[in-house]
Design a protein around this ligand. Structure first.
Ligand code: PMP
Length: 408
């Protein structure tokens, strides 16, 4: 990276605070990343200097806010290498985007005998909306299992996706195991059967460059708050031709062309899918986070995060009394483990006492927990602003906890 880590950490004041009397070690980045000051400043700047509603105002402030918001749409299209800004829909987050698509597909009408395919490693956000849609419409809901190593069972995937599949919805990276799914290959195989694919990219926005044209996915969603942006903002990308065919998922102001008592004509893309006042300040903050990530370099960020994760995995694997979940050939973003004989909440609570923030429990992935045969795991997830010393402190703390457990 062009800048030193100390310098970068200066952009994130929270990283210098204490927790429980110890310097904070924040290793819960798969849940939410921290915001650099420039993102918070961008949000404050909107409220301080250009606060107005977008798209509808007939005055300068509204024009300014609209220009700024639309600039972020353009920036997002370039970030994803989308063909057009019309393919970028601002949402409240990955969950918002998936529910939007599920509601729209449901409204579009799905053929009798159709099915929807998800995987056992989905976050509930990319599982429950499809399960419920299938229940409501009497469709078959199919779940691709995982293998011993925590990868997708590719044979089952090939078997379960067929010409009656209305959608294959899968994550690019597991939010529990960090498994990297070969989404490019999976998209090609699904397309060969005429099946559209939604990629949940929530855990992969810092793991390398996203390129929707190279992936050739039909839809892709993510949240800003896992990529240094504010919470309550996300993006649903859809190929223009697919979005054109779909009806709106929700109604309101801003998404219409004309309304009479007898009929409503809907606006063009992307407004058709964006009823109501958007999270303007959040979208502008997201724009600032994209600037920040791109200035540091996504490839450099990805390489550093991989190094930190590998360092943690190597240490954990060498420890007595620690079980690391899964052994996929490629792992990104996070690592799940258990201290033998300790509940995941107890391990996380002990780490918290030492100032170390990790996540414990089912991680909104209960079907995956069932497949692993556990009620929960402990998950550590570094970001580029973490240091090697922090990883080592986390590992040394785990050694102490495992020893303590053994001595009981
Ligand atoms: N999908 C995955 C893979 C996730 O990790 C998460 C967040 N943990 C989500 C979806 C949901 O994201 P959000 O809560 O921001 O909508």
């Amino acid at each position: 990276m062009k800048r030193t880590i100390d310098d970068i950490r200066g952009d994130f004041p929270i990283l210098n605070r204490e927790c429980r009397g110890k310097p904070l070690v924040y290793l819960d980045n798969a849940a939410t990343t921290q915001l650099p000051l420039c993102v918070a400043e961008r949000i404050a700047d909107y409220y301080a200097h250009s606060c107005a509603n977008v798209h509808r105002g007939a005055h300068l402030l509204s024009e300014e806010a609209t220009d700024q918001l639309e600039r972020v749409r353009g920036q997002t299209a370039r970030f994803l290498n989308a063909e057009s800004e019309r393919e970028i829909i601002f949402t409240s987050g990955a969950t918002g985007g998936i529910n939007l698509l599920a509601a729209s597909l449901g409204r579009a009408g799905l053929a009798n005998g159709a099915n929807i395919v998800v995987t056992e490693m989905e976050h509930h956000s990319n599982f429950v909306p499809w399960q419920q849609l299938c229940h409501d419409r009497g469709l078959a809901f199919r779940v691709v299992p995982i293998t011993e190593s925590g990868e997708l069972d590719r044979e089952a995937l090939v078997r379960l996706v067929d010409e009656n599949t209305a959608l294959l919805a899968l994550t690019a990276v597991s939010n529990v195991l960090g498994t990297v799914n070969p989404v490019g290959q999976i998209v090609s195989a699904a397309h060969a059967k005429g099946v559209p694919v939604l990629i949940d990219a929530s855990q992969t926005t810092r793991a390398g460059r996203l390129d929707v044209r190279a992936l050739n996915c039909d839809f892709l969603c993510f949240s800003a708050h896992k990529m240094l942006g504010p919470n309550g903002v996300g993006v649903l990308y859809g190929k223009e031709a697919m979005l054109e065919k779909l009806p709106p998922s929700a109604y309101g102001g801003g998404m219409i062309d004309s309304v009479t008592a007898g009929e409503t004509r809907f606006a063009e893309l992307p407004a058709k899918f964006e009823p109501g006042t958007p999270n303007i300040s959040g979208i502008l903050g997201f724009g600032a986070s994209l600037d920040y990530l791109q200035e540091l370099g996504i490839d450099e960020i990805a390489a550093r995060e991989r190094m930190l994760l590998d360092r943690a995995e190597d240490s954990l694997r060498a420890m007595d009394g620690i079980r690391v979940f899964g052994s996929p050939p490629e792992r990104r973003g996070c690592l799940s483990f258990a201290v033998e004989g300790l509940h995941s909440f107890d391990t996380a609570a002990l780490l918290d006492r030492l100032g170390i923030a990790v996540r414990a429990g089912h991680h909104c992935a209960q079907p995956l927990m069932d497949a692993l045969g556990v009620s929960g795991t402990v998950r550590m997830s570094p970001a580029f602003y973490n240091t090697e010393e922090e990883i080592d402190r986390f590992c040394a703390s785990l050694v102490r906890i495992a020893e303590m457990r053994r001595s009981l």
